[in-house]
Write a protein that binds this ligand. Structure first.
Ligand code: HEC
Ligand code: HEC
Length: 370
């Protein structure tokens, strides 16, 4: 990433000891070609808030039994996915949906596979914390105990005061806002493809990936209709967006989608919404297997096979762009090489996103990691 040196320095400083430094503003870790994401008026970004949110994200004491943190299902080395087909929460509860990646999540107007009303990160955090279908963190009824535990931690005593000088107590307002700020800081724009496409480094991509790029944007394959724009999804908003794009489609995975994950119809009740899911971003997709809303496709080659046959099973609501195609093995290899060029190693190993807690700290000692 073409991250300006002072920004990098500021981010390093704030990661642990930087509580000494009270900064009001926030330097986005963005390359100059990328616009800023929108930020809710009631949750302005600050370095102190991002640092606090990072600690909360990795803190399993936010869960009902102290074993599940956000990071238990969102692992930075996998672009904040968990490697499982569907997520596993508290008491081993197996959910119905695959944990999505969190790279560039600030630009996504909808933060769910199928719920078009889930339109803010602050609100989204309530789902894993308090949701009961499925149980993820099981915090319902435990709020007072959890917030008291946080208040008693010396890191948080200072961290909340820095981030929220006007109301420094750990509570739902401050916890969800700090988590939102941390997640908005998760920017991933330093893949080989970015260096090739936006950085003018023509050697950053292999010949196979360059051929794969042509195929991805070719009418025979139609991938780019839905996986479009800088995030490779038709879901996008930026600072000052005059409108937001929200793309949901049925790709024909099932002839009948199961009641456990029926698509947008679950929320809207509209038959036309059966099997419709939000188009996922393809950035870092090579490290986020297994794929689709229910993790039912194990690898990228199998995803291509699903599209090649025009939908794994086919569905009445299937999108008109999913019609199937003939491709040689070499062409499939090239498309996969292109998808692999979207992996941003800087993002996957970014120390600013890593677990900030010492190994023996109560925030992490009982944490289930993916
Ligand atoms: C038990 C596993 C699990 C835990 C714990 C968990 N998540 Fe998730 N997360 C998921 C799943 C599954 C989804 C998809 C939910 C949906 O689409 O309705 C998701 C979706 C999200 C999204 C939407 C991403 C997008 O693409 O827009 C965000 C943001 C998120 N989680 C943040 C968090 C935060 C913050 C925490 C901690 C407070 C957390 N998650 C805890 C499994 C988990
Ligand atoms: C009509 C819109 C549309 C088209 C065309 C399309 N996709 Fe998708 N893609 C989606 C949607 C929607 C999903 C999620 C579907 C689900 O989970 O049920 C998805 C999922 C994926 C995934 C899994 C990502 C993840 O994180 O789980 C990959 C990889 C993918 N598509 C690649 C491609 C490629 C390559 C092509 C071209 C051959 C293509 N897509 C064409 C809409 C589309």
């Amino acid at each position: 990433m073409r991250r300006a040196a002072p920004v990098a320095a500021a981010l390093v400083i704030l990661s642990e000891a930087a509580l000494a430094l009270d900064d009001g503003g926030y330097d986005w870790p963005l390359p100059d070609w990328m616009p800023r994401p929108p930020v809710p008026e009631d949750n302005p970004m600050s370095a102190a808030k991002v640092a606090l949110g990072r600690h909360l994200f990795y803190d399993s004491r936010l869960s009902g039994d102290g074993t599940v943190a956000c990071a238990s299902c969102h692992d930075p080395a996998r672009a904040f996915t968990d490697g499982r087909e569907t997520a596993v929460g508290i008491h081993g509860t197996v959910g119905n949906l695959n944990a999505p990646q969190l790279a560039n999540v600030a630009y996504l107007p909808v933060n769910a596979w199928a719920n078009p009303h889930m339109t803010s990160l602050e609100f989204q955090a309530l789902v894993p914390l308090f949701g009961e279908a499925p149980d993820e963190m099981g915090a319902t009824g435990q709020e007072d105990r959890i917030f008291a535990t946080l208040a008693a931690d010396p890191y948080y005593a200072e961290g909340f005061a820095r981030a929220f000088p006007d109301r420094p107590a750990p509570d739902l307002f401050t916890v969800t806002r700090a988590l939102g700020a941390f997640q908005r800081s998760l920017m991933s724009f330093d893949s080989p493809y970015d260096r090739f496409k936006y950085g003018g480094d023509l050697d950053a991509l292999s010949d196979a990936a360059k051929r794969g790029e042509q195929l991805f944007f070719d009418h025979r394959f139609e991938c780019y209709h839905c996986h479009q724009g800088v995030l490779f999804t038709d879901n996008f908003q930026r600072e000052g967006s005059p409108w937001v794009e929200t793309g949901f489609h049925n790709t024909g995975l099932y002839a009948e989608y199961p009641a456990s994950a029926p698509g947008r119809i679950e929320i809207t009740g509209e038959p036309g919404d059966a099997g419709l899911f939000r188009t996922p971003s393809l950035r870092n997709v090579a490290v986020t297997a297994p794929y689709m809303h229910d993790g039912s496709i194990p690898d990228l080659r199998a995803v291509l096979a699903h599209y090649a046959r025009g939908g794994r099973e086919g569905h009445a609501n299937q999108d008109g762009m999913i019609v199937g195609f003939d491709a040689t093995e070499a062409e499939i290899d090239d498309i996969i090489a292109f998808l692999e060029s979207l992996t941003d190693e800087t993002f996957l190993t970014n120390p600013d996103h890593a677990d900030p807690w010492p190994a023996d700290h109560p925030a992490r000692i009982n944490r289930a990691d993916p």
